[in-house]
Write a protein that binds this ligand. Structure first.
Ligand SMILES: [Zn+2]
Ligand SMILES: [Zn+2]
Length: 584
């Protein structure tokens, strides 16, 4: 007697082989039989005639770690067929979690949207730990009482959650825990302390290690520091996921060019032999949209050629993942004023903020606090990370400032100061729209995702469909639609031509890469993470204004053998598992 039989479906089994018709039986959370089940009995039978079965999709780049504690159903991902999320990316893991780390931006998403507004000030763009903890207790009955990654995973299991959680240790938090806010290269003694924490993480089940080398404090790590830490990853057979640098590590004040990060990642892979995945890969030779589409395409091609050099010429174990949407991000910043939200909140209203920015002392305060690293995008700017080409305005009452990059606007205003330029635009229209853009545009997404070494990813968080962010218009920061439909976008728009090959890049390829041999394929003995798809009716239902939309065409999603989605509805099942590293 099986728990469930899915009859008459076409199986695209994750290997890339042609889809074939078969019945599939589930027992004890695993695929118990594939073939003819016409004489078998089961507690439940689904007729999948005309439907396609695939393995559950694996999101290779997620930041769901902390949001899984507050939105454990994670409808956004479950309802599009994602059953496993690779977490702890960009150097941002949910541990270690001492007060130094609290002051970093690990709670960035939740903190800026959910916490009581009194918590906000320019001093808590990073977060005020006691206020934050009290609010999470009040809103979600969540005690923030873990420190290590091992303790975090136990917490997650206690509370229950839907999608499988794949743990990676995060360099930024480990570095924060050891060095506080010391923005400099680490000493040998500090590196040894970091290695000890990393070892502890692996001993407690971490599968990988990530860096975020554009962020604080990771950007102050040298290549040698990362190499030392990768030696620990190597000991445990883990994987390395890197948000690579957008600047030359030898010349941090040099011009922006993400190819330096690709070269550093390749060099580290060459030195250590650790499997290296470059996170959220983008076109790398420019920064910001180009006017000449042929030049842009040439640079897209050059980016892939540079990536291929390592694995084709030297056989290095390297992959990369790509956000399959030219406007990137886990969340959207719909209005330019979102860039100064801390100070708007400090002023109490948009109107008062507009009055205050007439005072040079107030503007100077914004600049000083940004220079201290408390101003998000502006802090990046004052640290010589020029974000101005990537910040593009949308509608603006003043036509001079509509649909232009801040770089262009700065040029036209004759200022080299991004903050001055943003404030000038806000004075003209405080409700000016904003798009964050992806260098290389739509063409780069197609080109990058055409490689067999690429995987589509979301770079998102866990959300439910009705997750509301409580800051009012125009400071709101809704989840990016990618959180709800990136997998369906890929199936419909990107990657290889054949459906079976697309499925492979989202299932078996990431499963093998991340050392999950019993997931990512429809084979007897594997875990029953399964999606039943009505291919004719697949639609993303992508919506930037109200992003919480379930895609069409996903009939059922099973996670560890439990039906977790049934025709656009979450069943309430919490069958997700922590996928700890298996001890040898
Ligand atoms: Zn990143
Ligand atoms: Zn990321």
């Amino acid at each position: 007697m099986f728990d469930l039989i899915i009859k008459n479906g076409m199986l695209a089994d994750g290997t890339g082989a042609d889809a074939y018709q078969a019945d599939l039986a589930v027992a004890d959370g695993k695929i118990a039989k594939i073939g003819d089940c016409s004489t078998d009995e089961a507690k439940q039978v689904i007729d999948a005639s005309g439907k396609t079965l695939t393995p559950g999709f694996i999101d290779p780049h997620s930041h769901a770690d902390l949001s899984l504690l507050v939105w454990p159903k994670n409808e956004a991902y479950v309802l599009q067929g994602v059953t496993t999320q690779i977490c702890g990316n960009c150097g941002l893991a949910p541990a270690p979690f001492n007060d130094e780390v609290w002051e970093a931006w690990c709670w960035e998403y939740t903190s800026q949207n959910v916490v009581n507004k009194s918590v906000f000030s320019p001093f808590s763009f990073q977060t005020d730990a006691p206020a934050m903890k009290a609010q999470l207790k009040k809103d979600y009955d969540l005690d923030v009482d873990w420190n290590t990654l091992g303790e975090y995973m136990e917490k997650l299991e206690q509370r229950g959650f839907s999608t499988n959680y794949y743990p990676q240790a995060g360099h930024n938090h480990i570095r924060n825990a050891v060095m506080g806010k010391a923005w400099r290269p680490a000493t040998q003694e500090e590196i040894e302390k970091m290695k000890a924490i990393l070892r502890d993480d692996f001993e407690h089940g971490a599968q990988g290690f990530s860096t975020g080398l554009d962020y604080l404090p990771g950007r102050f790590a040298t290549t040698d520091e990362i190499e030392e830490l990768l030696k620990v990853v190597k000991e445990y057979g883990g994987v390395y996921s890197t948000h690579a640098r957008s600047f030359d590590p030898a010349d941090p004040k040099g011009h922006m060019n993400a190819i330096y990060g690709v070269r550093e990642a390749t060099e580290l892979c060459r030195r250590t032999g650790v499997k290296t995945n470059i996170s959220h890969m983008i076109q790398s030779f420019t920064y910001g949209p180009m006017e000449n589409p042929e030049m842009e395409q040439a640079l897209n091609d050059a980016t892939v050629a540079e990536l291929e050099r390592g694995w084709k010429n030297e056989g290095l174990p390297m992959m990369y993942d790509v956000l399959d949407n030219p406007s990137q991000g886990g969340s959207t910043l719909p209005h330019l004023i979102c860039l100064v939200r801390s100070w708007v909140l400090m002023c109490g209203s948009v109107e008062h903020f507009l009055e205050m920015i007439e005072y040079p002392d107030f503007v100077q305060m914004i600049k000083d606090q940004s220079a201290e690293g408390k101003g998000g995008v502006f802090s990046a700017a004052v640290q010589d990370w020029d974000m101005s080409p990537l910040i593009v305005t949308d509608a603006c009452k003043d036509a001079r400032f509509a649909n232009k990059s801040m770089k262009q606007i700065m040029k036209e205003l004759g200022t080299k100061d991004l903050i001055d330029a943003v404030l000038t635009v806000l004075k003209a229209d405080p409700y000016t729209g904003m798009k964050t853009c992806n260098p290389g545009g739509e063409g780069s997404v197609h080109t990058l995702l055409s490689s067999e070494r690429s995987m589509p990813s979301s770079d998102g968080f866990a959300f439910d469909l009705d997750t509301q962010m409580d800051l009012p218009f125009p400071l709101n920061r809704p989840p990016h639609p990618n959180n709800f439909c990136y997998a369906i976008r890929y199936l419909l728009m990107y990657g290889p031509e054949r459906f079976e090959d697309k499925v492979k890049q989202m299932t078996m390829v990431p499963a093998d890469w991340f050392n999950l041999p019993d997931r990512g394929r429809l084979q007897e003995g594997c875990f029953a993470d399964i999606v039943v798809i009505d291919r004719e009716h697949l639609a993303t239902n992508e919506n930037a204004v109200e992003p919480g939309q379930a895609p069409d065409g996903i009939d059922y999603v099973l996670i560890n053998g439990v039906i977790t989605a049934d025709h656009k509805k979450h069943t309430g099942a919490m069958a997700g598992k922590v996928l700890r590293r298996k001890h040898n």
